[in-house]
Design a protein around this ligand. Structure first.
Ligand SMILES: [Zn+2]
Length: 240
């Protein structure tokens, strides 16, 4: 049961007499509130007029607190429209609690390098919560492991999505087929002799996909940012 305090304060909130959630209204994020007295969950469906509705189901609440854009019916009770349930299944694989805005490389136990990035699910399922995972990276030289945090990632994806079409055939010959997921790594900490010039070390490694009983095969989503290449090159030149 909703207690009288939040029923009056939150439920009857409007522009002239607004309810302010702890920390105030957040910009471009969902404003939610959970009453400490009665546990009632609330969602501000109109932050201009400070209108709040109750949230009665866990799935809607999960979408709201994760700031996921979904279609909702709003009013006294706010609820996600039917059809999202099948995409709300959580993977068995561990999900990264901290999300990154660019793909990141780190070293795990047993000297395995990992790529953290947003996953794409198999079986036509959507990763609606944009969960990120740690994917093992194959065949990384030991000397790179020592300064693994200096590596930047300009590209993650399948070979068929590699930006330079002319290089795809060679990559297919190296890695097997165009479906393979790879990561392009660069570090200004290591020098490589390219014959006519020296530059930051860079190479392409295969990414190990995660087989998941709930969501199928998880592969890292596509990412490409040519600015990362420029940034590492600039960093390298600054070091010389
Ligand atoms: Zn309450």
């Amino acid at each position: 049961m909703t207690c009288r305090i939040c029923e009056n304060k939150v439920g009857h909130s409007f522009k002239e007499e607004p309810f302010f959630p702890p920390g105030g209204y957040k910009f471009k994020q969902n404003n939610t509130y959970e009453c400490h007295q009665c546990g009632q969950k609330w969602y501000c469906y109109n932050d201009h007029f400070c209108l709040w509705g109750k949230v009665e189901d866990d799935l809607t609440w999960k979408f709201l607190i994760n700031n996921i854009d979904v279609l909702m019916a709003i009013g006294d009770i706010c609820a996600v429209v039917p059809g999202y349930e099948e995409h709300a299944i959580d993977p068995v694989h561990e999900v990264c609690s901290r999300k990154v805005s660019h793909p990141e490389i780190s070293l795990g136990d047993e000297k395995t390098a990992f790529l953290q990035w947003t996953g794409e699910y198999g079986r036509g399922r959507m990763n609606i919560f944009c969960h990120q995972f740690k994917f093992p990276i194959m065949s990384l030289e030991e000397r790179f492991m020592e300064k693994i945090d200096t590596f930047r990632v300009p590209f993650v994806g399948q070979i068929r999505d590699w930006p330079d079409e002319g290089q795809r055939q060679g990559m297919i010959e190296t890695f097997g087929d165009e479906e393979k997921s790879v990561v392009y790594l660069m570090s200004a900490e290591f020098t490589h002799d390219y014959g006519d010039d020296v530059g930051p070390v860079s190479f392409i490694s295969e990414v190990v996909l995660l087989g998941d009983p709930n969501v199928g095969l998880i592969r890292p989503g596509y990412f490409f940012d040519s600015f990362v290449v420029e940034m590492v090159n600039g960093e390298f030149k600054g070091r010389k």
